[in-house]
Design a protein around this ligand. Structure first.
Ligand SMILES: Nc1ncnc2c1ncn2[C@@H]1O[C@H](COP(=O)(O)OP(=O)(O)OP(=O)(O)O)[C@@H](O)[C@H]1O
Ligand SMILES: C[C@@](O)(CCO)CC(=O)[O-]
Ligand SMILES: [Mg+2]
Length: 387
């Protein structure tokens, strides 16, 4: 029996970081996915191992299920239908099991993802031999929600074969879970994100699970019906960073300057709400669309200024901003910042020649330009080996 899942990455149009502190943010899924597959070996194989293969990272992990059972005091109440947080005791044990694999120093950031894998697997499926394979189209640690799509795709394949949800095994091709199952996957993925991020707001796993464009505040999502085609150039500065550390640094700045930071977060809240209103409001003609794009550009610039104020911009991000400004284009970081990816709004009237020129100039700085469709599918699953 094999099941596969694909969960999209995301961009944040407004509100990252402030959303961790209760402000509104706006995010959309993108058509770049993390894929997970889960396969149980036949009982006759007498296979006793749980294997995790990170295909495009060239890493394989395996644990004896017997050993896992012995070392692991599964947290009481850890059952598939009620997502629970990993206790400090379980975290310690899992971290030791991951350390035994001696992940090369250059890839040590992956330890957090492997920890989340072991936690989600044992909580949802218990101790069962299996092989899990991960591939991803997303750059890791770059602001496009790789950690969330990793946790969503894993939670989905585990839930699908946990025997606790009713699914039609005859479904052909990619299909979507029902709302209850999506909700369950989203909650488990959030617990995985907590192990990777420390204190996530939940926006990344939510938009990866449900797709489309969403407004998100204090754990609650509102779907946004976009009335315009948004085109964004995504530029990966390739400067590595870690969401957990950046989220913690903003929290520390808030502790040092509570009044100023509260004002910053409130300003971001207004920007996100205005941005969502503009995206949803109908536009009757080309002039109206252009007017809306001008407002969106201004909101993005204001949001970027406030992100700089939070201390999460970076010299590479500032270089992209300056480069795109030469072409009168507006840019903001997306995700946790500190490097990673930035978004540049491409107005509908912008010619392909200009877009090509901007891309060429950015690429000459060593950055990588990506194109992705915005606001598409969320999580999907598929039984068997077909695509
Ligand atoms: N395909 C994957 N395989 C294993 N671990 C992964 C994978 N994708 C993400 N991770 C885990 O998530 C970490 C990156 O998450 P991080 O939150 O720092 O960045 P991001 O999710 O790409 O960006 P952002 O949170 O700003 O959107 C990796 O270091 C790793 O631990
Ligand atoms: C930086 C942050 O706001 C977005 C990361 O994509 C963190 C979070 O909301 O969990
Ligand atoms: Mg992340």
């Amino acid at each position: 029996m094999e099941v596969r899942a694909r969960a999209p990455g995301k961009i944040i149009l407004a509100g990252e970081h402030a959303v961790v502190h209760g402000s509104t943010a706006v995010a959309a899924s993108i058509d770049l996915y993390t894929y997970a597959s889960l396969h149980f070996p036949p009982l006759s194989d007498n296979d006793d191992t749980l294997k995790l293969e990170l295909k495009d990272l060239d890493l394989e992990f395996s644990w004896s299920v017997k050993k896992l059972k012995k070392t692991f005091p599964v947290d009481s109440g850890c059952i598939p239908l009620s997502p629970t947080a990993c206790s400090p005791e379980s975290f310690r044990i899992i971290a030791a099991l991951v350390r035994e694999h001696n992940i090369p120093e250059a890839k040590i950031g992956l330890a957090a993802g492997v920890t989340a894998f072991l936690w989600l697997y044992t909580c949802i499926l218990g101790f069962k031999p299996a092989k899990v394979i991960i591939t991803s189209e997303l750059p890791l640690g770059s602001g496009l929600g790789s950690s969330a799509s990793f946790c969503v795709s894993l939670s989905a394949v585990f839930i699908a074969l946990s025997g606790t949800v009713n699914l039609d095994l005859n479904n052909k091709g990619w299909f979507t879970f029902g709302d209850n199952e999506l909700d369950l996957v989203n909650k488990w993925a959030f617990e995985g994100e907590r192990l990777i991020h420390g204190k996530p707001s939940g926006i990344d796993n939510t938009v990866s699970t449900f797709g489309n464009m969403i407004k998100f505040r204090s754990g609650a999502l509102t779907r946004i019906k976009s009335s315009m085609l948004l085109k964004m150039l995504i530029t990966n500065t390739k400067v590595g960073r870690n969401t957990k550390a950046l989220v913690a640094s903003v929290a520390e700045r808030k502790l040092r300057h509570p009044d100023a930071m509260t004002a910053v977060f409130n300003a971001v809240d207004s920007i996100s709400n205005k941005l969502a209103t503009i995206i949803e409001s109908p536009a009757v003609d080309e002039i109206a669309i252009t007017e809306k794009e001008v407002i969106l550009e201004e909101l993005m610039e204001m949001n970027q200024g406030l992100l700089q104020c939070m201390g999460v911009s970076h010299a590479s991000i500032e270089t992209v901003i300056r480069t795109t400004l030469k072409y009168k284009l507006s840019t903001k970081l997306t995700g946790a910042g500190g490097g990673g990816c930035v978004l540049t709004l491409l107005p509908t009237i912008l010619s392909k020649t200009i877009v090509d020129k901007v891309k060429a100039e950015l690429e000459s700085c060593g950055y990588q330009c990506l194109t992705a469709a915005i606001g598409g599918n969320g999580l999907q699953i598929c039984f068997g080996g077909s695509s």
